[in-house]
Design a protein around this ligand. Structure first.
Ligand code: CTP
Ligand code: CA
Length: 228
């Protein structure tokens, strides 16, 4: 529920958020996934909606409930996520918080793969589309503000800067997911916000993922407010 009505900072704005892991099918009973919980992405969608944005959340399979006041599109694979994101355009801001599977099986078997008759099984993988890079491509439908997350275990800021440049997004939230931080699947997040090539990375304190979401949504509202 919006707390601001027509005076809300993001009233009249449209937002797109991706969240969760993806499930990449191998055969009718198996898939490739990762440990993402969807907590951070869902919290970002909820925070943008509370600031008044007309918000679409495209999420892979997670245990998180659908956030109140948000249009939720449930998908499984990266390719389905891309299709659902493109259908949600145009938007004023896109935030890609999903842990999209980088790889999928080259072929999805129509029948359950049986173990009988083989001692080992080499699964051929191919790359999935990069949703953040696609949304960042110049074009009529490119959101004016595209925000990515970068999950890194080492050289967090340097790797995130390189990722921002490679993908062409405007901002990147560098996410320390080193073992021991408890970030992946946990309730807290330690991030740096990088808003430009020359911008000094902002080190945020270790915060609840809900508080990271609030701060990010407030920054997005400030930025879109300046533009109009
Ligand atoms: N992302 C995406 N589609 C993909 C892969 C990543 O939209 N197929 C987005 C994520 O949602 C995140 C950003 O890209 O906002 C960075 O994801 P990350 O996994 O950190 O980067 P990769 O480019 O996949 O690099 P790597 O996993 O090898 O570090
Ligand atoms: Ca990745």
């Amino acid at each position: 529920e919006a707390h601001f009505g027509a005076d809300a900072p993001l009233a009249g704005r449209r937002a797109l958020v991706t969240s969760g892991p993806t499930h990449e099918p191998i055969d009718p009973v198996r898939y490739i996934a990762n440990r993402a919980s969807g907590r951070q992405g869902h919290a970002v969608a909820a925070a943008l909606a509370r600031l008044g944005a007309d918000t679409t959340l495209v999420t892979g399979p997670t245990a998180e409930p659908d956030p109140a006041g948000v249009t939720v599109r449930h998908v499984e694979s990266a390719r389905e996520m891309l299709t659902a994101c493109e259908a949600a355009l145009p938007v004023d801001v896109a935030v890609c918080a999903a842990a999209v599977g980088d790889w999928r099986a080259a072929e999805e078997a129509a029948h359950k793969c049986k173990r009988e008759g083989r001692d080992a099984w080499a699964l051929e993988l191919v790359q999935n589309p990069d949703i953040l890079a696609r949304l960042s491509q110049p074009g009529a439908n490119r959101p004016p503000l595209v925000v990515g997350f970068a999950a890194e275990t080492d050289a967090v800021v340097a790797n995130a800067r390189a990722k921002r440049a490679r993908k062409g997004c405007d901002w990147i939230v560098a996410n320390d997911v080193a073992p021991g931080t408890g970030t992946f699947g946990g309730a807290h997040n330690t991030v740096h916000l990088i808003t430009g090539d020359d911008a000094e990375p902002e080190a945020w304190p270790r915060l609840a993922k809900t508080d990271v979401a609030e701060r990010l949504a407030a920054r997005i509202a400030d930025s879109l407010g300046e533009g109009s």
